[in-house]
Write a protein that binds this ligand. Structure first.
Ligand SMILES: Cc1cc2nc3c(=O)[nH]c(=O)nc-3n(C[C@H](O)[C@H](O)[C@H](O)COP(=O)(O)O)c2cc1C
Length: 306
């Protein structure tokens, strides 16, 4: 059997924003589709930051699916209707977020132990016309088998694909994958499946697609955030890495009005994931920088040593 699979860029809240997506697509590419970090409702409305991120003007020419996170059907309906007005026809539903303040409110992976709530959510989504859904999920919140009661409900929305990160929410990002449970999931699932979790190399992609040749796709998060050239090694040049940094840095410098400390904070959190293989001393200096001048000097020395 010949396997043909698509490569998806995983959503990483605060990282894979429209600025990152645009820079990545232009400088590196190699991604069939980007997912946006989830939008949510807070105090009855959508966040300005989230709306800015999915604004079609900020995503033109990029293959991209917006994602929503909600447990209340009304919240989900508000976001989907808004996205439909913006022209989106495909929306991803987050049933995977493990962040306790979210999951303990029965959102993200915290919804998986409550199939009746998933059913109400899906019933509301299914009533909205002209939208295709996909789902991103874990195997469960606190038990590997919780997907078993959720999977039969998928037929309510007939997702275009289901991305599975084969672990439980309670384990956060410890990397405790349960591939045997994923075997069972694959055997029971009638919808196209995208594999997600701990992919760090082309060899990992090969071993996953060999194990499950029928996979629709592979989704990569942290390893792509760290090395945006993961899928195009020929583009792994200092010039390209530096161009990606500069584009993001310029965006924050141009748009943030909270002074240099706000820019510093944003850039330091960018370096939490970016170029983890780069010189340790420079990375430490970036993390500790207390002024833009020190920050820029540390970044220059990192790129000089790359
Ligand atoms: C900082 C961070 C933010 C994340 N934000 C989201 C998000 O907004 N939506 C989502 O579905 N998953 C989110 N995830 C999960 C990733 O999309 C992905 O499922 C997870 O990192 C496993 O893939 P990886 O091992 O390739 O990184 C986030 C993960 C991290 C580390």
């Amino acid at each position: 059997m010949i396997s043909s699979y698509k490569i998806y860029s995983a959503p990483l809240q605060g990282f894979t924003t429209h600025v990152w997506r645009n820079a990545h697509a232009r400088i590196f590419g190699g991604i069939d589709c980007y997912l946006s970090p989830f939008m949510r409702i807070e105090h009855g409305s959508m966040l300005k930051r989230d709306l800015n991120d999915v604004n079609p003007d900020n995503n033109s020419g990029i293959p991209f699916i917006p994602q929503i996170l909600a447990c209340k059907p009304d919240d989900a309906t508000m976001m989907v209707c808004h996205l439909r007005e913006l022209g989106y026809k495909h929306i991803n539903v987050n049933l995977g977020c493990p962040f306790p303040p979210i999951a303990l409110r029965h959102k993200g992976s915290g919804m998986l132990p409550y199939p009746a709530e998933v059913e109400s959510l899906f019933n509301a989504l299914a009533q909205i016309s002209d939208i295709t859904y996909s789902v991103k999920m874990r195997l469960g919140w606190d038990a590997d088998g919780q997907w078993k009661e959720v999977l039969p409900l998928m037929s309510i929305i007939s997702p275009a694909h289901i991305t599975v990160h084969p672990c439980i929410g309670r384990d956060q990002y410890k990397g405790n994958l349960n591939l045997d449970e994923l075997d069972q999931f694959m055997a029971c699932c009638e919808f196209p499946v995208i594999y997600n979790g701990e992919i760090t190399s082309q060899a990992d992609i090969q071993s996953i697609t060999q194990r499950w040749p029928s996979l629709h796709g592979i989704m990569i998060g942290r390893a792509l955030a760290s090395n945006p050239a993961l899928l195009c090694p020929e583009k792994a040049t200092t010039q390209n890495y530096s161009a990606m940094h500069d584009e993001i840095y310029r965006h924050f410098t141009d748009t943030l009005d909270g002074g240099e400390h706000q820019v510093l904070k944003k850039m330091q959190s960018f370096w939490e994931l970016y170029l983890l293989h780069a010189d340790r001393k420079s990375r430490k200096a970036i993390k500790k920088a207390t002024s833009i001048a020190k920050y820029e000097a540390a970044v220059d020395s990192l790129f000089a040593a790359l």
